[in-house]
Ligand binder design. Structure first.
Ligand code: UDP
Ligand code: MG
Length: 326
């Protein structure tokens, strides 16, 4: 009689980790993440590190991890392409049945992956982490983040949950759909919402950064917010129309007042009102031109047939290719 083994083949979870000058945290991250992943029941793991053009010794550290552990894969981008593109490169290369995006700075605890995998096993395609607590972040960041999520919620017609970053699990089919979306000014969490399927969330406590400082400069944050809004809403373009109507109404009211003053014989004063009207309309026009410029710039960026990123080295197990583009 043949005895059948009842062990189901392990399924693979890929951890996608963007790294930009994180040499102070990588050692601690590696220990904690590999321990947390090895503890997952019925799962094997791979970690895809994306070195996003680091100028410190991050890449050397990653290469050492890869040399000592076949489950570690490292992609080196040819320069700093930014966090959103780095995680997109990781999703492109991840082979797992599910893919988890996790920052290297240990703000999002790797142990939380277990709870995400549990939801995935229940049949969910996207499990995003909702931060219940954001320790160690400046009040300015908290306030701007809240305002941004609120504005985004009002302007866009797809659901992007508040207080959520890019820490999330994607099923294979969601990762495959995301791979088809090649826009270059990316707002990954918005794209994940857009893809749809069965989505759910888990709540976790966000820790302070383990070491080092934030790699998201104010400029990068501002770009991310603009990308978020302009990739999902054309509402700002309509601002010109609304302010146009509003100033037309004000102009008609003012016309009445001008005629009355003319009839009463007050014709010379009015310098102040002319200045105010001129400055107001001038600024409205500049703002509207600026908004048009934002969209045209993004159109320009999309129509150039450049790849989203360039891989300088690929230390995936077995393959030693270099210089590929995506
Ligand atoms: N990161 C990146 N490229 C960048 C900026 C950041 O790959 O241009 C990585 C960084 O190493 C970290 C993650 O993206 O793993 C999130 O960055 P950070 O923690 O500095 O952002 P914050 O949590 O402060 O918003
Ligand atoms: Mg961080």
């Amino acid at each position: 009689m043949v005895s059948w083994s009842h062990t189901v083949a392990d399924r693979l979870v890929s951890l996608v980790v963007p790294v930009f000058n994180e040499s102070e945290v990588l050692g601690a991250f590696y220990d904690r993440a590999t321990r947390a992943l090895a503890a997952l029941d019925g799962m094997t793991y791979e970690i895809v590190f994306i070195d996003d053009g680091s100028s410190d010794d991050s890449y050397a550290q990653l290469a050492a991890f890869a040399a000592g552990n076949p489950r570690i894969r490292v992609l080196k981008l040819s320069r700093n392409f930014g966090h959103q593109i780095a995680i997109s490169a990781g999703i492109d290369y991840a082979k797992g049945d599910c893919v988890v995006i996790l920052d290297a700075d240990l703000q999002d605890p790797p142990e939380t992956v277990a709870a995400m995998v549990e939801q995935w096993r229940q049949g969910f395609d996207v499990v995003y982490g909702v931060r219940s607590d954001r320790a160690g972040e400046t009040p300015v960041k908290l306030v701007t983040a809240t305002l941004f999520y609120r504005l985004l919620g009002r302007l866009t017609n797809i659901y992007i949950p508040a207080n959520v970053g890019d820490f999330r699990l994607l099923s294979r089919r969601v990762a495959d759909q995301l791979k088809l979306l090649r826009e270059k000014d990316r707002f990954v969490r918005g794209l994940v919402s857009w893809v749809g399927f069965k989505q759910t969330s888990i709540t976790y406590k966000r820790d302070p950064r383990y070491a080092g400082t934030t790699k998201y400069s104010f400029r990068k944050m501002l770009k991310l917010s603009f990308d978020g809004i302009t990739s999902f809403s054309t509402m700002p373009l309509k601002l010109a129309t609304w302010t146009g109507y509003a100033s037309a109404i004000l102009a008609v009211l003012y016309l009445v007042s001008v005629l009355v003053q003319k009839l009463l014989g007050h014709t010379v004063d009015g310098w102040a009102t002319i200045m105010v009207a001129m400055l107001f309309l001038g600024s409205v026009q500049l703002i509207c031109l600026g908004i048009l410029g934002e969209y045209i710039g993004r159109l320009f960026n999309e129509v150039k047939p450049r790849p989203m990123y360039i891989i300088e080295e690929d230390l995936s197990s077995g393959s030693g290719t270099s210089q590929t583009t995506q």
